[in-house]
Design a binder for this molecule. Structure first.
Ligand SMILES: C[C@@]1(CC(=O)O)C2=NC(=C\c3[nH]c(c(CCC(=O)O)c3CC(=O)O)Cc3[nH]c(c(CC(=O)O)c3CCC(=O)O)/C=C3\N/C(=C\2)[C@@H](CCC(=O)O)[C@]3(C)CC(=O)O)/[C@H]1CCC(=O)O
Ligand SMILES: NC(=O)c1ccc[n+]([C@@H]2O[C@H](COP(=O)([O-])OP(=O)(O)OC[C@H]3O[C@@H](n4cnc5c(N)ncnc54)[C@H](O)[C@@H]3O)[C@@H](O)[C@H]2O)c1
Length: 212
C-alpha cells in the first residue's frame, strides 16, 4: 500500500490558498473553480494573464506579494506552487502545522494530497491518479475515459439522481429498490431524452424485468 486514499471533498465555503501564480498554479486554480470552490486566494508577486482575467471578473482573490507564513493559517487546502522547491517545502510544513491539507507541485509527494486527472460529466466525476509515478499516464487515461464517457452522461446522471430520490421515497422494500436502481444504471447513457419521468421509468423497469 502506498498510503494514498481517494476522497471527494466538498469545497463550497472552504478557504483554498495557492502560493505561486505560474502555469501550474493556474491549472490548480481552474481545477478548484471547476469544482465549485468559492474562496480561492492566490499569493504571488506575478500571475499569468489567464489568472489576471479570473481576478478581474471576481472569481479569485489575489494578494500581489511574496509568501508569508500567515498565508497558511485557516487554509483548508494549501497549494505550494512556486518554482522554488525550498520555499515549497517550507510552505508545506507551515500548512501542515496549521492543519491544512497540502499539495506540493514539485515532487514532495510523500505527504499531503495529490491532484488526480479529472473527467467531469455533470455530477459524474471520474478521477485518475498514478500517485506520482506518472502524471502523463493519468492524463492519457483521462483522454481515453473522455472518449468512453461522453457528454450524454451528464444528462443521464441527472436523471439517475431524480430516479433515486423518487425510489428512495416511494419503494419501501430494500431489495426491490436496489434492483430498480441497478437496472436503471445499466440503461445509461440515455440518448432518447423522452419520458424520463421517474414514475414512468420505474414502471418500464418493472415491466422489463418483473420483480418478485
Ligand atoms: C494529473 C495532473 C493533475 C493536476 O495537476 O491538476 C497532475 N499532473 C498533470 C500533468 C502533468 N504533470 C507533469 C507532466 C509532464 C510529464 C511528466 O512529468 O510525467 C504532465 C502531463 C501533461 O501535462 O499532460 C509534470 C509533473 N507533475 C509533477 C511533477 C513534479 C515531480 O513529480 O517531481 C512534474 C515534473 C515537473 C518537472 O519536470 O520539473 C507532480 C504531480 N503532478 C500531479 C498531477 C501529481 C501526481 C498525479 C499522478 O501521478 O497521477 C503530482 C505528484 C503533484 C500534484 O501536482 O498534485 C495533471 C494532468 C492534467 C490533465 O488532466 O490533463
Ligand atoms: N504538478 C505538476 O503537474 C507540475 C508540472 C510541471 C512542473 N511542475 C513544478 O511546478 C513548479 C512551478 O511551475 P510553473 O510552470 O507554474 O512555474 P512558473 O515559473 O511559471 O511560476 C512560478 C510562480 O511562483 C511565484 N513565486 C516565486 N516565488 C514566490 C514567493 N516567494 N511567493 C509567492 N510566489 C512566488 C512566481 O511569481 C510565479 O508566479 C515548477 O518549478 C515545477 O517544479 C509541476
Amino acid at each position: 500500500m502506498n498510503g494514498y486514499y481517494p476522497v471527494m471533498l466538498q469545497l463550497r465555503g472552504e478557504r483554498c490558498v495557492i502560493i505561486g501564480g505560474g502555469r501550474i498554479a493556474e491549472r490548480k486554480a481552474i481545477g478548484l473553480m471547476e469544482a465549485g470552490a468559492d474562496t480561492v486566494i492566490l499569493v504571488s508577486p506575478r500571475i499569468t494573464a489567464r489568472l489576471q482575467e479570473l481576478v478581474a471578473c471576481g472569481s479569485l482573490q489575489w494578494n500581489c506579494r511574496t509568501y508569508e507564513p500567515e498565508d497558511a493559517t485557516d487554509a483548508r487546502l494549501l497549494f505550494a506552487a512556486t518554482d522554488d522547491s525550498g520555499l515549497n517545502r517550507r510552505i508545506a510544513d507551515d500548512g501542515r502545522r496549521a492543519g491544512a491539507l497540502v499539495n506540493t507541485v514539485d515532487g514532495d509527494a510523500g505527504r499531503g494530497f495529490l491532484n488526480p486527472s479529472v473527467v467531469r460529466r455533470g455530477d459524474l466525476l471520474i478521477a485518475v491518479s498514478a500517485t506520482g509515478a506518472s502524471p502523463a499516464l493519468s492524463a492519457r487515461i483521462k483522454r481515453e475515459l473522455e472518449r468512453q464517457y461522453g457528454e450524454e452522461y451528464g444528462y443521464s446522471v441527472e436523471q439517475l439522481r431524480r430516479l433515486r430520490d423518487y425510489v428512495k421515497a416511494d419503494v419501501s422494500e430494500p431489495g426491490e429498490r436496489e434492483t430498480l436502481l441497478r437496472l436503471a444504471a445499466e440503461e445509461v447513457p440515455i440518448r432518447d431524452h423522452a419520458d424520463m419521468e421517474p414514475k414512468a421509468w420505474v414502471e418500464r423497469l418493472r415491466a422489463k424485468r418483473p420483480l418478485d
